[in-house]
Design a protein around this ligand. Structure first.
Ligand SMILES: Nc1ncnc2c1ncn2[C@@H]1O[C@H](COP(=O)(O)OP(=O)(O)OP(=O)(O)O)[C@@H](O)[C@H]1O
Ligand SMILES: [Mg+2]
Length: 500
């Protein structure tokens, strides 16, 4: 066979573009793949200088020099090796190619055969993958994304080190089995999550987002947001589960704190509107209150002129009416002071008489309603340091709520007080009513929260601002047997309590 026929036979079977070049640089053979890759037919390039055909112009010089050097010295740079080069097709498109060359001798003639593979698509894909991987790694690191890959059949898992860190382990420390993960998950949450997995698999679905709580290695409870992809074999069995874990505990806490702050702000703004309301009310009410006080005083004079004695029930009633008017005026003034953050006028007072007097005002019809009032004030809790008008308002609101909760049915309302700390007394107002309604329990002390058709929902809000303004606390406990409101008071001015 002559050389051309041999070359044709060999090169035509090659899967890559195959080209043969003579010592003078001319093209001796060119297979079909080369025709496809470079866009030239063999007939068009036969005998032409290879460098001129497939090498980008700026690289041709190097190619010629290399060939010349090899022919002169016999030292090859490219021969017998695989290398990446830049090539060019008929349209001038440049592409990255993998080139391997070999030398052939036939008779006295020397030929160089090159196999060229266009790897531009593979290169681009590789670059893309490297870029995506880099970006992914960055995301995994900066957002602390834990990755798992579970073999569902065996329970074997792969964790990345970020996931190990989330669960409190160093790299390679977290046992690579699903059971190790199960032991960390709060058991009620584990049951729920595995039920969700079951549903996904039963439906043949491929994705799930879920969350659960887990106990980290150091015992701290953490909240995890997770999502997983489910893979099935050709018989439809779930064989693999791959997904991510993110520890959202800190975010959850921040959200909760934010919503608490918001609630607090809403509370404050309601309170300040309450303050504004109290201010304008006090202004509006001052005149009618003064008028009532004047009329009551006049009525008392008239009664006496008509011979009524001091102990006459009519005169007693009028006395109470004028005391009530005074208290109303005073209360409005003090609430206004609180809304302006002015200090309260606290002094030492005795709880017992104050509670009795307030109960008579708050539930005047206790007897007819079948309400029994019980007082249990321990001797060392009787003397407290408070603003009597404001404290009376607190007890008044709580007793009124208790009586309203009874809703006409008989029962017991008790007021207890006991010392709870060197400088603290806890006062409790308890009823045997139906307990707190679920709809108000969470925001009980917020303003305008009410279940009553004509309730303003400000009673407890006022109680809270009065008690907290004085450094105390107020809270409620409710069972099916009734509700107990508790609040704290100081027994004496703080300074008395200081050791000295
Ligand atoms: N002792 C109690 N037992 C059951 N529910 C109570 C009791 N005290 C308060 N509540 C509930 O808390 C809600 C808020 O009470 P709050 O005193 O702030 O407002 P209100 O009584 O509805 O209206 P008002 O502004 O006239 O006092 C009530 O509507 C009621 O649902
Ligand atoms: Mg009320």
């Amino acid at each position: 066979m002559d050389l051309d026929a041999t070359l044709d036979a060999v090169l035509s079977t090659a899967l890559d573009a195959a080209i043969a070049m003579r010592e003078d640089g001319s093209i001796a053979a060119w297979n079909h793949v080369a025709e496809d890759v470079f866009g030239w037919s063999f007939d068009e390039v036969r005998g032409r200088n290879l460098g001129q055909v497939i090498i980008p112009p700026e690289l041709r010089q190097g190619h010629h020099k290399g060939l010349e050097r090899y022919l002169r010295t016999g030292v090859a740079r490219a021969l017998g090796k695989q290398m990446e080069v830049d090539a060019m097709d008929r349209s001038g498109r440049r592409f990255r190619a993998e080139l391997s060359t070999t030398e052939l001798r036939h008779g006295g003639e020397r030929l160089f055969v090159g196999f060229v593979r266009d790897i531009s698509a593979r290169k681009a894909a590789e670059e893309k993958i490297a870029e995506v991987t880099e970006r992914l790694a960055l995301a995994v690191r900066t957002h602390s994304i834990g990755i798992f890959d579970t073999d569902v059949e065996t329970g074997g898992v792969y964790w990345n080190s970020e996931l190990e860190r989330i669960y409190g382990y160093g790299p390679g420390e977290f046992e690579t089995h699903l059971d190790a993960w199960r032991r960390h998950v709060v058991s009620s949450d584990l049951a729920r999550v595995e039920e969700q997995f079951g549903k996904v698999v039963a439906a043949g679905a491929s994705e799930l987002s879920y969350s659960y709580r887990m106990k980290r290695r150091d015992g701290e409870m953490r909240h995890i947001d997770a999502s997983a992809r489910f893979f099935y074999d050709d018989r439809g069995r779930n064989v693999r589960r791959v997904g991510v874990n993110i520890d959202v505990t800190d975010r959850k806490l921040a959200e909760r704190r934010l919503s608490e702050t918001q609630a607090e702000l809403v509370h404050l703004s309601k309170l300040s509107s309450l303050g504004a309301m109290a201010s304008s009310l006090s202004h509006e009410l001052n005149q009618p209150l003064t008028a009532i006080a004047n009329y009551v005083a006049a009525a008392k004079r008239l009664a006496r002129d008509r011979g009524c004695s001091h102990s006459d029930p009519l005169v007693e009633a009028l006395d109470r009416a004028s005391a009530g008017t005074l208290r109303a005026g005073e209360l409005i003034r003090r609430l206004r002071a609180i809304s302006r953050n002015e200090p309260v006028q606290a002094r030492q007072i005795s709880l017992g008489p104050l509670v009795s007097e307030t109960a008579a005002l708050a539930i005047p019809d206790a007897d007819t309603k079948g309400l029994a009032l019980e007082l249990a004030i321990e001797p060392d809790a009787d003397e407290v340091c408070a603003d009597p008008i404001l404290l009376q308002q607190v007890i008044f609101n709580l007793l009124k709520n208790a009586a309203e909760a009874m809703d006409g049915s008989p029962g017991i309302i008790s007021v207890r007080a006991a010392a709870s700390a060197p400088n603290e007394v806890v006062v409790q107002v308890a009823d045997t009513g139906p307990g707190l309604d679920e709809s108000v329990a969470a925001n009980l002390f917020a303003a305008f929260v009410s279940t009553k058709p004509d309730g303003m929902g400000v009673g407890l809000s006022i109680c809270r601002s009065i008690i907290e303004n004085d450094g105390g606390r107020i809270w409620a406990e409710s069972t099916a047997d009734g509700t107990t409101f508790s609040f704290t008071l100081r027994r004496h001015e703080e300074s008395l309590d200081e050791p000295g």
